[in-house]
Design a protein around this ligand. Sequence first.
Ligand SMILES: NC(=O)C1=CN([C@@H]2O[C@H](COP(=O)(O)OP(=O)(O)OC[C@H]3O[C@@H](n4cnc5c(N)ncnc54)[C@H](OP(=O)(O)O)[C@@H]3O)[C@@H](O)[C@H]2O)C=CC1
Ligand SMILES: N[C@@H](C=O)C(=O)O
Length: 257
Amino acid sequence: MSLAPGTSLLEKVCIVTGASEGIGEAIARVLAIDGGSSVVLASRQIDKLNSLAQRLQAAGCSEQNIFAVQCDVTNLSDTQALIQKTLEKYGRIDVLVNCAGLMYYTLMKNGQHDEWSKQIDVNCHGTTNMIGAVLPHMIENKRGHILNITSDAGKRGFAGLAVYSGTKFFIEGFTQALRQEMIEYNIRITNIQPGDVATKLAGRSTDQEAKSKFDGSNAGHKILDPEDIAKTVLFALSQPAHVALNEILIEPQAAPI
Ligand SMILES: NC(=O)C1=CN([C@@H]2O[C@H](COP(=O)(O)OP(=O)(O)OC[C@H]3O[C@@H](n4cnc5c(N)ncnc54)[C@H](OP(=O)(O)O)[C@@H]3O)[C@@H](O)[C@H]2O)C=CC1
Ligand SMILES: N[C@@H](C=O)C(=O)O
């Protein structure tokens, strides 16, 4: 595949949730710089989004092409406002990347109800809120591409990640059905299913028993970089209209499921 830098997604408008750090930040950077598209940066931490916007401008993106919007994906009116503000600024939305997510290593016997709920809220409700908010626009225009950053934990349950795996299986089942509903509207849905990626995600866990027993990201092998996932997003978006990359399982070479 050859992607001409700065041209492959020219004139497209892409929303990236979870853009303040980690994988979402890398996706936003690659879409803006390599893809040349307008990128809407969304998450709760507006200071981090503004700082990323400044760094992207310093790297050559025009101010008009980067738009930071505070949005908690668990809040329905926030997600609807994000779509509205994007349409007011750009008049179109071509791509939604659902990257916002939480993962906590927890053993079910340790009863961490709060962390279970937060994962279900962000990973499941956050995804359905965002998709529900953007669909009317994409359906009206009969085009659109939604990418969900799911996980290899949506293909196989992982010990220590029972609730997290359940949330990612939810996204897989949900999108299998949604794809069929969206055929007549030319809307594609790609689930990117990464294995361990070097971000702060796993470090947010408080259940040290679960983390020390099951977190494989320190096992000694090279894990993925956020840019590996970002380039995969660009690859999926660069396919011709008749090609749907419905699932992409991307894992460290040393750790297949
Ligand atoms: N790292 C890994 O090994 C893997 C990660 N993934 C998935 O990739 C995605 C990103 O993870 P990663 O980058 O590693 O994690 P990080 O912890 O680095 O980033 C998480 C992002 O999600 C955002 N976020 C969390 N809660 C909300 C919310 N309520 N509303 C809006 N944004 C929110 C955060 O922004 P803010 O705090 O500003 O709201 C932040 O930008 C997740 O869906 C995760 O499940 C999948 C497989 C492997
Ligand atoms: N690779 C997954 C868990 O083991 C994830 O981080 O989503």
